[in-house]
Design a protein around this ligand. Sequence first.
Ligand code: FAD
Ligand code: 2HG
Ligand code: ZN
Length: 505
Amino acid sequence: KPSPAAAPHRLPFSRITQEDLDFFRKILPGRVITDPDLLESSNVDWLKSVRGSSELLLRPQTTEDVSQILKYCNSRNLAVNPQGGNTGLVGGSVPVYDEIILSTALMNNILTFDSISGILTCQAGCVLENLSLYLEEKDYIMPLDLGAKGSCHIGGNVATNAGGLRLLRYGSLHGTVLGLEVVLADGQVLDCLATLRKDNTGYDLKQLFIGSEGTLGVITAVSVLCPRKPRSVNVVFLGCETFEQLLKTFQLCRGMLGEILSAYEFLDSECMRLLNTHLKLLNPISGKVTPMHTLYIYIYIIKHTLMANSSPHRADCPFYVVIETSGSDPKHDGEKLHNFLEEAMTSSLVTDGTVATEDSKIKALWSMRERVTEALTHEGFTYKYDISLPVEQIYQLVTDMREHLGDRAKSVVGYGHVGDGNLHLNVTSPAKDPALLAAIEPFVYEWTARCHGSISAEHGLGLKKRNYIYYSKPSQAVALMGNIKAMLDPKGILNPYKTLPDNLK
Ligand code: FAD
Ligand code: 2HG
Ligand code: ZN
């Protein structure tokens, strides 16, 4: 029996002809790629788990280019796969068969930036990190940040409604995206590129495209509300003995850090082992006490001999937390953090830790969290689950999965966005293993549904998760999604086989 994630049969789209190629070469001179070697990296996803066989990659530069492409493809019944930085984790960003790949890579211009309101408008193909660097010079930041920042495009972020590491503080893209320009399946340009905080003139259509994974239209430009660059940033890396303590620490820091808390992320000791083994990243709070341990923690180690592991050699912890504070007054933030750390340590909620205020150390501590996904790729094959749950339950799923799989899995790891109730559960094996997959699914989805969780918190459904949508959405909601798809893309040319379940088609 094929897995529900397996690709369905190819739908009856047209095949590309010489005439089609001539048309595309005329409208996109020098930007029509048919060389199989150049197409290779666009046919395979970041995880190298899904491979399409597209023979055509188009690289538009303008909204008008995209409009002409889609108008033509719609009239010719040619399927199209919109692609940004190709960092998606659910097989949505690459073709399944021979869909034409429409890349936003050359649509990378910043259009406007208003330094009073902090509103940025840019083309969809701007790389997230480039936007961040641009804004930093103007004393602003992007409201989202994620491990894939060096490659992912803002259009791809919006199309997946990416969450990331700052959601706790700045909210989701449903709030920070103020406007979108979208090209619809028939080539019409929908100009909803507003730069207003408030606009209640009818339905908020842009919301439909945020998280629609390229199935309803191609996003060509985005306007986004950007926060001011915080003047004071601190990052703390702490160890906890139990997940319960980690949650109590979260409660404590929400109360004591209040408005300056900007991230509360976690990883377990299995993640730490993979970071050490595959990326040679050393645990910042184990082994010998080093100068890396900045003042606060060092003082506490000395002052309060309460800490279990205050000897020069300290053991690994079962759980690690990355806490970030962002504020406008280093003295005020430092004091708050100081008080929080004192309380967390004296009440034995955390067993060890280190603080960074300098940029390079902040980056080093963040990489312990951001690079877990990369470390996992060295394990062989990874089965990924991106689950939303009531926060008290998020680690129970990891524990239950470990027990359920026993030694069938190479490793079962848990990490993620505690502050958002979002667990990243990853199960690895040396190679693709259908028996292991059958043991994980539907176990993981049933577990999640019993807790009224979401089977895709932030990565979307793409190709891999589309048929599991019913675990998180009632059938009326899925049917309505099908109607919206049929209205906006009657021929179904936009990213077929993705997001919506097969039984709708
Ligand atoms: P792609 O991967 O190219 O495409 C993703 C989907 O969007 C596809 O369905 C595609 O068809 C569609 N799409 C792309 N561009 C457009 C467009 N212009 N118009 C319409 N549809 C479009 N996600 C999180 O939510 N939080 C994280 O913290 C996070 N961290 C990550 C860390 C790593 C190391 C990696 C590899 C991925 C991570 N992701 C995370 C996954 C996340 O979905 C992507 O990184 C990012 O949002 C996708 O952007 P992209 O430009 O690469 O899009
Ligand atoms: C993260 O938060 C990403 O690091 C990736 O969303 C999670 O790879 C994963 O499972
Ligand atoms: Zn994540």
